[in-house]
Design a protein around this ligand. Structure first.
Ligand SMILES: [Zn+2]
Length: 256
């Protein structure tokens, strides 16, 4: 088996002040929305990415309801508390964003960010009610590290349903919500956003492969080994970098 040694730098040291860290997260969040918009992950007003506030861990930053991913700016982001009150910002928050993300952030204190959208391949795959198989190197990032919520009860508006999503996610990086779409989490905004991008494309790859034939599965030992290579927190953080570089060069108004 050919192996490639990839030098992945560690996450940046936590030397930023609270104010610097807050701005850092909000800028990555606005950038992640622009990237999701560029990939076409938006479907009307559906979808949300959240970043935990560095000072108030039961508060998170989120997109306003009805604002296009493609036009998101740092100044658009809302700060929402554990009760669903908008603490900063004057636009409305999506009730589903609060119901899902408040419970995921509560269930996973290690997680800084969570991403959810109604992207076409993720929701198509979710309709099959199956987890992803290790059929490509990239899909191995999710090997043994994602779950399936094998149920659909309508738009998630109550906290109990959000709690079930958090419970199903467990300590993993992603959950497939049957008949709905994907949700990913990370120790950084960058990581949560990257897992979403590559999970969506892994769904696309498996749909294509199964439409054309019977995919060959990667052996479990090799899949586990590959998961450690491509599925780490550091790999997720680092993989976001080229997307960030391109989007910030092309759309610098996201910093407004
Ligand atoms: Zn949704």
């Amino acid at each position: 088996m050919a192996t490639t040694q990839i030098a992945i730098p560690d996450a940046p040291p936590a030397e930023r002040t609270v104010e610097e860290e807050r701005l850092y997260r909000k800028q990555r969040l606005a950038g992640a929305f622009r990237i999701f918009g560029k990939f076409g992950f938006d479907e009307g007003v559906a979808g949300h990415i959240t970043a935990r506030d560095p000072e108030l861990p039961d508060h998170f930053w989120v997109n306003p309801f009805g604002r296009s991913f493609k036009q998101m700016r740092v100044s658009d982001l809302l700060l929402v508390n554990h009760a669903g009150d908008i603490v900063e910002g004057d636009q409305p928050v999506n009730a589903a964003a609060f119901a899902i993300h408040s419970q995921v952030h509560a269930a996973r204190p290690d997680v800084v960010a969570a991403a959810h959208a109604h992207s076409i391949y993720g929701k198509s795959w979710s309709a099959l009610g199956r987890t992803l198989d290790p059929i490509t190197q990239d899909a191995c990032a999710f090997y043994g590290d994602h779950a399936l919520l094998d149920d659909f009860t309508g738009v998630v508006l109550d906290l109990e349903e959000g709690r079930r999503i958090g419970e199903t996610l467990g300590d993993r990086k992603a959950v497939i919500l049957r008949n709905h779409g994907l949700l990913t989490v990370g120790h950084s905004v960058e990581e949560a956003a990257w897992w979403f991008v590559t999970m969506e494309r892994s769904c696309q790859a498996q749909l294509l492969a199964e439409a054309a034939g019977t995919p060959v599965l990667i052996d479990p030992e090799v899949a586990e080994h590959t998961a450690r290579q491509v599925g780490s927190h550091a790999a997720g953080l680092f993989s976001f970098r080229p997307l960030w570089d391109v989007i910030t060069a092309a759309q610098p108004d996201l910093f407004d």
